[in-house]
Every structure is written in structure tokens, then in C-alpha cells.
Write a protein that binds this ligand. Structure first.
Ligand SMILES: [Ca+2]
Length: 179
């Protein structure tokens, strides 16, 4: 969700790429741009959207640019989100990509990202995978990871005084991405 309100600022030059976005609890909204919430370009591609109970929805509430609808119309509306798709991402019971996931090697090449959630090297195989996990790279960390785990780096712990960033899930259970 791209949101701008009196106590928030607009987002600028936003990129949403190689993400698995899911929602639950009766809310099919995947991405929403609220009025006056975006400055500059919105760059999106190679995302996977999944709403198990129905069809994923997208919303643009900017004046003169209103859109409410599904993925195909969204792609046309924003002139982007190419190579994105909708459907079950095919995750295993530990929220890692299953062997038959269509997201394997389907991601955009982001050469600055060299490790996945598990600390394994990416890309692996024929290319980058969509989502936080690179299939077949490294030893899968449990989700959520054990306390004091960095989430990457193969489960190493931070030294005293360092901050630790943990991940609660590989997929987001959001009402919609906040932008
Ligand atoms: Ca790969």
C-alpha cells in the first residue's frame, strides 16, 4: 500500500521486484497506491501474487489514475509488473520453494543480491528465483528462524552489540504492501 497521510510521507522511486505477495483473512488486495502516496516511478516486475480464496486485486487511488481490478488490468494500467504472475507459489511446509515451484529461475537478475534467506548463494541453477529462497542453495533455515538468527548467513548469530534482524516469514501476510 502506497500511503500518504498527515503523519506519513510519500514514497519515491519505488521498486517491487522478485517478491511473493500473499494475503489472507478475506482481503484480496495485493498492491494499493493511495492518493498522493507516490512520487516518481513505480518499478515492478517478476512478482508472484496469491490469494487462495479468489482473485488477487490491485488498486490505484491517485487522482486521475484510478484503477481497481485484477493483475492483467493492473499491468496495463501501470505499464509494468511484467513477468509477474498469479497463483500458488508452491512452497513446502517450511515456506521454501518446492521442487515443482514455477518461481524457480523465474526471477529478475539483481546482481547485488548474492545470498538468499538461508545464506545460500544466489543465483543458483539457471537464474534468480522469485522470493526470499533460492531453491537448492544452502541449508534451509526454519521459518521463523531460531532466536538471534540473522536470517541470512547460514544461521550465524550477531556479535555482542550488533543488531539482529529476524524474519517472521518468507511470505507476507499483509493487507497490501505499504509503499
Ligand atoms: Ca535459481
Amino acid at each position: 500500500m502506497l500511503r500518504q497521510s498527515p503523519n506519513r510521507v510519500s514514497c519515491q522511486d519505488v521498486t517491487i521486484r522478485n517478491n511473493i505477495i500473499t494475503t489472507a483473512n478475506g482481503n484480496p488486495l495485493m498492491v494499493e497506491i493511495r492518493e498522493a502516496a507516490l512520487i516518481g516511478p513505480l518499478t515492478t516486475s517478476h512478482n508472484r501474487y496469491y490469494y487462495a480464496a479468489g482473485t488477487a486485486q490491485f488498486s490505484d487511488q491517485r487522482k486521475g489514475s484510478i484503477y481497481n481490478g485484477g493483475l492483467a488490468g493492473w499491468q496495463t494500467h501501470i505499464g509494468g509488473d511484467s513477468n509477474s504472475s498469479e497463483g500458488d507459489p508452491q512452497l513446502d511446509t517450511n515456506y521454501h520453494l518446492a521442487a515443482d515451484s514455477p518461481l524457480i529461475d523465474a526471477g529478475f537478475t539483481v546482481s547485488s543480491v548474492t545470498n538468499d534467506y538461508d545464506g545460500g548463494s544466489r543465483p543458483s541453477g539457471a537464474g534468480y528465483d522469485i522470493g526470499a529462497d533460492e531453491y537448492g542453495a544452502g541449508t534451509p533455515l526454519p521459518v521463523p528462524p531460531p532466536p538471534d538468527t540473522t536470517g541470512t548467513g547460514g544461521g550465524t548469530s550477531a556479535a555482542s552489540g550488533e543488531s539482529i534482524e529476524t524474519f517472521s516469514s518468507l511470505t507476507s501476510d499483509l493487507t497490501a504492501p505499504l509503499l
